[in-house]
Each structure stands twice: as C-alpha cells, then as structure tokens.
Ligand binder design. Structure first.
Ligand SMILES: CC(C)(COP(=O)(O)OP(=O)(O)OC[C@H]1O[C@@H](n2cnc3c(N)ncnc32)[C@H](O)[C@@H]1OP(=O)(O)O)[C@@H](O)C(=O)NCCC(=O)NCCS
Length: 190
C-alpha cells in the first residue's frame, strides 16, 4: 500500500495529456483509444463546461508520475436549463500497477469536493454497481432519473447518482442529457 502522502490529486493541465492517455490505455486496454478520444473531445467541448478534470500523481524523487485520472463534465435535465448544477462522471481510471490502493476513491472524493464547492448538486455516472456505492452513489433510475441512452434492465443498477446537496434529487426528475462529446450510444454501455 502506498502512503497517502505520496499521492497528490491536482487539476489536469495541458502538458499532462500524453500521460493521461497512457493511463487510460493501460487501464481500459481494448476500449482505451475510444476513451482517450472522448477525454480530448470533452475537454474541448463547450457543452461539457465546466469540467472537473483531475490527475492522481505519485510523488517520486525524480518528479511525479500520473497514475490516475477522473473527469466530470456538465449535464442537464431534458427540457431544462443547461446550467442545471448537474455533472456526470466519465471516465475514472487508475493505472493497473497502482489499483486497489485507494487512488480511485481519492480521485472521486476530491472531484466531489470540487464539484460541491462549484455548486453542483447531483453527480451521475454509469459504472460498476459493486464499486461506486462505497462512495455514496445509489441507483438513479429508482429516484426518477433516466440516462441519456437507455440502459438494458440487467444493467439498471449501473446508472447511479450521488446527491452533493441534500434533497437535490428529491426535488427533480427526468432524463439526464450529457455534453455533445459524450452523447453517443457507444459511451453508454456498461
Ligand atoms: C475502477 C478503478 C478506477 C478503481 O480504482 P482503484 O484505485 O483500484 O480503486 P480503490 O483502490 O479506491 O478501490 C479498490 C476496490 O475497488 C474494487 N474494484 C475495482 N474494480 C472493480 C469493479 N470493476 N467492480 C467492483 N469492484 C471493483 C477493488 O476490488 C477494490 O476492492 P477492495 O477495497 O474490497 O479490495 C480501477 O480499477 C480502474 O481503473 N479500472 C479500469 C478502468 C475502469 O473500469 N474504470 C471504471 C469505469 S466505471
């Protein structure tokens, strides 16, 4: 286990682009190229703004190494205002050499803090139903929110939300629309 002091989470910068692509490729293997393109497209996409784009870096004597990445982009409810205070997670990844050491969790919690400080009220994601509940995500369908593209019933529990403002999910419902770059069926498969 790495001492937590060796991992620093910070905003991703333009010069991190190649290192982020390497982490994504190592973590997602077959789908890596699609996800690298997705990240590059989301960062440039005006409808995705504001984004929370963070790297986890391992501090070494020789400098720092990027070992993890998380990206939340803007989203909104169908028919609603695009500045609705909703964000969606895609992607999250940690280099396979550094998984199971809490880095994914640190990235989620740091991003959630930043989103909350920026006034975001609900965070959504399509992801592993056995991983995200430990970070306070719970099924979103049961709470009245539809994903941008339908998720097969067997994967319904993969569509999740976390309230960043207490009560924010109770007062709303509807279909969550994501940024243009994420708005393609290939990005909505569990
Ligand atoms: C998912 C991922 C980001 C987790 O990062 P991490 O730094 O290993 O996560 P943490 O150390 O915070 O948590 C590790 C725990 O998550 C569990 N976990 C990892 N992947 C999981 C999965 N697919 N389903 C369920 N649990 C999972 C581990 O088994 C471990 O459990 P333990 O604490 O009981 O041992 C990382 O495994 C990864 O990059 N995977 C490949 C890319 C990916 O699938 N991203 C998520 C898309 S939804």
């Amino acid at each position: 286990m790495l001492p937590t002091s060796l991992i620093i989470i910070r905003s991703a910068l333009l010069p991190d682009r190649e290192a982020i692509a390497q982490v994504i490729t190592a973590a997602f293997s077959r789908e890596g190229a699609i996800i690298v393109d997705l990240v590059n497209d989301l960062i440039k996409d005006p409808t995705a703004q504001p984004v929370v784009s963070l790297v986890a870096t391992l501090q070494e004597n020789s400098g720092e190494e990027v070992v993890g990445y998380i990206l939340f982009s803007n989203a909104w409810l169908e028919g609603g205002d695009r500045s609705e205070s909703i964000a969606i997670l895609a992607p999250l990844c940690v280099h396979p050499n550094y998984q199971k050491q809490g880095i994914g969790g640190q990235l989620i919690e740091d991003a959630v803090q930043r989103l909350t400080a920026a006034g975001v009220e609900i965070a959504f994601l399509l992801g592993y139903p056995s991983y995200y509940p430990r970070h306070q995500f719970s099924p979103a369908g049961k709470q009245g929110f539809e994903p941008t593209y339908p998720v097969p019933p067997k994967d319904a529990s993969a569509w999740m939300l976390r309230e960043l403002k207490p009560g924010a999910a109770e007062s709303r419902s509807g279909k969550v629309i994501c940024a243009d770059a994420l708005n393609a069926p290939q990005h909505w498969q569990e």
